[in-house]
Write a protein that binds this ligand. Structure first.
Ligand code: ZN
Length: 136
């Protein structure tokens, strides 16, 4: 069903550096790398999830992949989305001070997306309205 295309820039990933083949380090690193999603996978998962949720296709060059964090991020019409932990999240700044980056719960359908776009107001601890903790 994924008929949309995204641009794949020529892959400049470095080959993993190799140590002694039988060392415990090499085995541990290999175990870690086997479980790492690669860049193309993260891009595809973000693109597919965004398309399923919004019907929009994201340009390949709008996607930022964070291999270490196993995440991919893209901005769509001003909204920042992040694919991480097998789910799509909206990233918003603090509703009070406009700084920071808060990740929404995973978005599974248009209703949940509508909620975080309209009613979700993430706040820093220090940015909570005074009356919320005005307990004397
Ligand atoms: Zn704040």
């Amino acid at each position: 069903m994924h008929t949309h295309n995204y641009q794949q820039t020529p892959n400049a990933r470095r080959a993993p550096s190799r140590g002694p083949a039988n060392s415990w380090q090499a085995r541990a690193i290999a175990a870690y790398q086997r479980n790492q999603p690669d860049e193309a996978t993260l891009r595809h998962e973000l693109t597919a999830a965004l398309h399923a949720l919004t019907g929009q296709a994201v340009a390949g060059d709008a996607i930022i992949v964070d291999l270490t964090g196993r995440a991919a991020t893209a901005r769509l019409d001003g909204a920042l989305f992040r694919w991480a932990d097998g789910g799509l999240h909206l990233i918003r700044p603090c509703a009070h001070c406009g700084h920071g980056a808060f990740s929404s719960p995973p978005l599974r359908d248009a209703e949940e997306l509508g909620f975080v776009l309209s009613a979700w107001r993430p706040l820093h601890e220090d940015c909570r309205p005074f009356e919320a903790d005005d307990i004397h």
